[in-house]
Design a protein around this ligand. Structure first.
Ligand SMILES: Cc1cc2nc3c(=O)[nH]c(=O)nc-3n(C[C@H](O)[C@H](O)[C@H](O)COP(=O)(O)OP(=O)(O)OC[C@H]3O[C@@H](n4cnc5c(N)ncnc54)[C@H](O)[C@@H]3O)c2cc1C
Ligand SMILES: *[C@@H]1O[C@H](CO)[C@@H](O)[C@H](O)[C@H]1NC(C)=O
Ligand SMILES: *[C@@H]1O[C@H](CO)[C@@H](O)[C@H](O)[C@H]1NC(C)=O
Ligand SMILES: *[C@@H]1O[C@H](CO)[C@@H](O)[C@H](O)[C@H]1NC(C)=O
Ligand SMILES: *[C@@H]1O[C@H](CO)[C@@H](O)[C@H](O)[C@H]1NC(C)=O
Ligand SMILES: *[C@@H]1O[C@H](CO)[C@@H](O)[C@H](O)[C@H]1NC(C)=O
Length: 539
């Protein structure tokens, strides 16, 4: 855009800002877009609240319905850019009109950080920037932030069956958010985090400048691979190293209930799962079901699902399990040999033999309203501790709360705690996260307060068993109960440490230093974004 055009835009905007109301700010923002050199191409990508598609466009990737409720604040305008230039223009016009901006890729933020704010804001929704371009000869790919895990796995599989990528499990989680927080999936024990395989990126900063690894410098490049989304700029695209996968992998999913000795089997799992060969990942998912075999008057039992990926043939899995985890009682019939892409279909919550095209459907997976959180374990929980967790589970109806246990070890042990902002590597047995469904759908409901309280009480119950000082948490499972930034103005380092040190441990200080240089005016902000260090608020 030419300087003269910007000056004209500035004049118009200032004249329309006299009262600073949201309506005039919106008008000024739209005027600014209309005066930009992108006006003709961006005009069909802008949704105001008056647009009949506004609600559907907003809802499209609200993946925690707790933040889709009518009472939650909505963006003034949604923009779905198709080019980097559109993003530059949106950043420019947002700053010029004094609005805030939120960035959304897949919309899976646990606390709706990507599409809710109490301060008037525009929503930059990256859904149209979603290319996945693999270069098999160099075993690399450029992946756009607006792509989902499902699009990533699908388009990768069209290019090659020899390589995979260690991103997450659900098909409709966005690459933009998951890579920003590190990102783990079923290849974690063999290859570490998604962020460990990012080798370049295209980032647009608060001045609208497009930076790559070479021009952003190693500190900022370090920060965007795990320091959490929404703090440093808009990551448009990521260049990654692909990882080799064998032609045949083995999956299994076996269920054990309390009546089937689940408690003792799970107790053992805690110490053996982190020690298996790197090629074997057995993750556990627990919930309450009704069972004919329950010994309880209410017919409930806790059922643990042992979900596994092994990078090799079934015969090897049986041998490892017979030696290291016979308690699970795995048999040949439990094992299914599939291609890597069918395994990704399975871990994206579809039947393993379903067509991979399902990975491209962004609206097929269930969307609960939920409250979730994470913890890390360095010691196994004793049996009596586990029984207490099951008691909490029994307090809710069946299928209203979910426990997820993700084992560490393997490659995770070999990477230093400061290689990326994500600090949980050697010494951790597993990550635990759990969530409760808070309402059946989009509407507010009477159960919500009790469900939130249930989460709070289980959090307190777990205190003696999990990490402490600080109690660790995974930044991709954001939780506002740990504290949040002041809605306007600056936030002190001490205040932000309440959540920052829990997400990033020893790496938090470096993130604050990087933020202070990269975005000194704190344009990229949300409830738990990294703060700018300022002598005013920090002395
Ligand atoms: C059902 C479900 C399953 C999950 N499974 C896994 C899993 O297997 N492994 C795992 O590691 N995590 C998992 N997560 C957590 C997930 O990684 C985070 O919720 C992640 O932030 C989601 O990314 P998103 O793009 O979908 O979300 P969004 O809500 O769009 O974004 C999340 C945050 O990142 C910011 N952001 C988004 N895009 C960009 C961008 N391009 N540039 C800069 N900032 C950006 C947003 O502003 C927001 O603060 C899961 C979450 C859910 C709800
Ligand atoms: C809604 O916004 C879209 C995208 O800018 C535009 O194509 C469409 O014409 C608008 N519809 C209405 C009814 O305003
Ligand atoms: C859009 O959603 C809001 C609540 O978020 C509701 O009040 C309004 O009626 C909806 N509009 C349409 C066109 O559905
Ligand atoms: C109940 O026990 C029987 C016999 O062991 C078993 O076949 C059945 O699958 C069990 N049902 C459930 C829901 O666990
Ligand atoms: C438990 O199951 C039995 C047998 O199916 C049934 O008769 C009983 O009503 C159930 N109890 C509850 C509380 O659902
Ligand atoms: C995605 O799945 C939903 C639910 O099954 C279905 O209604 C919709 O048509 C599918 N979308 C596409 C593009 O296939």
């Amino acid at each position: 855009m030419k300087l003269s055009t910007w000056l004209l835009a500035l004049a118009l905007v200032i004249s329309s800002l006299c009262s600073f109301s949201s309506a005039t700010q919106t008008t000024a923002f739209l005027n600014c877009l209309a005066l930009s050199s992108d006006s003709s191409t961006i005009s069909g990508l802008v949704y105001t609240q008056a647009n009949s598609s506004f609600n559907a466009t907003l809802q499209y990737s609200i993946n925690n319905l707790r933040f889709g409720q009518a009472s939650k604040p909505k963006p003034l305008v949604i923009i779905t850019p198709t080019t980097e230039s559109h993003i530059q223009t949106v950043i420019y016009c947002t700053k010029l009109t004094g609005l805030e901006m939120r960035i959304r890729s897949g919309g899976h933020s646990f606390e709706g950080f990507s599409y809710v704010s109490s301060i008037p804001f525009v929503l930059l929704d990256l859904r149209n920037i979603n290319k996945v371009v693999a270069d098999v000869a160099t075993a690399t790919a450029w992946i756009d932030s607006g792509a989902t895990n499902g699009e990533l796995y699908y388009y990768l599989s069209r290019a090659t069956s020899e390589y995979g990528f260690p991103s997450g499990l659900w098909a409709n989680v966005g690459v933009g958010g998951i890579l920003s927080g590190g990102g783990y999936g079923m290849l974690r024990r063999k290859y570490g985090l998604a962020g460990d395989h990012v080798i370049d990126a295209r980032l647009i900063n608060a001045d609208g400048v497009i930076l790559t690894r070479a021009t952003m410098g190693e500190d900022l490049f370090w920060a965007i691979r795990g320091g959490g989304g929404g703090s440093f700029g808009v990551v448009v695209s990521w260049k990654v190293d692909l990882v080799p996968v064998p032609p045949v992998v083995t999956i299994f999913q076996v269920f054990r209930t309390i009546e089937q000795d689940m408690t003792n089997i799970f107790y053992k799992w805690q110490s053996v799962a982190p020690l298996f060969p790197k090629e074997l990942d057995i993750r556990c998912n627990g919930n309450v079901i009704l069972s004919e075999n329950s010994t309880r008057a209410d017919n409930k039992t806790v059922r643990m699902s042992f979900d596994s990926l092994y990078l090799g043939p079934a015969s090897e899995v049986l041998a490892i399990m017979g030696e290291q985890f016979p308690e699970l009682g795995l048999v040949q019939e439990d094992l299914i040999e599939v291609s890597y892409i069918q395994a990704m279909v399975f871990f994206s919550q579809f039947p393993y033999n379903a067509p991979p095209e399902l990975l491209l459907n962004k609206t097929i997976l269930p969307r609960p309203a939920f409250k979730g959180r994470s913890d890390f374990f360095k010691q196994p929980m004793p049996v009596e501790g586990l029984l207490g967790v099951w008691d909490y589970m029994f307090q809710l109806p069946e299928n209203q709360a979910f426990l997820q246990y993700t084992p560490y070890g393997g490659r995770m042990n070999e990477i230093s705690e400061s290689a990326l902002p994500f600090p949980y590597r050697a010494g951790y047995l597993y990550m635990f996260n759990f969530f409760a469904v808070t309402c059946p759908g989009l509407e507010e409901c009477a159960e919500e307060a009790a469900r939130m309280d249930w989460v709070r009480r289980l959090v307190a119950y777990l205190t003696p068993y999990v990490t402490s000082n600080p109690r660790s948490a995974y930044v991709n499972y954001v939780n506002v109960w740990m504290g949040q930034n002041n809605p306007t103005g600056s936030t002190s380092y001490a205040q932000a440490s309440q959540w920052g040190k829990r997400y990033f441990g020893v790496n938090f200080d470096r993130l604050v230093a990087v933020k202070t240089v990269a975005d000194p005016l704190n344009f990229f902000r949300h409830e738990q974004s990294i703060p700018v260090f300022s002598l005013v608020s920090d002395m």
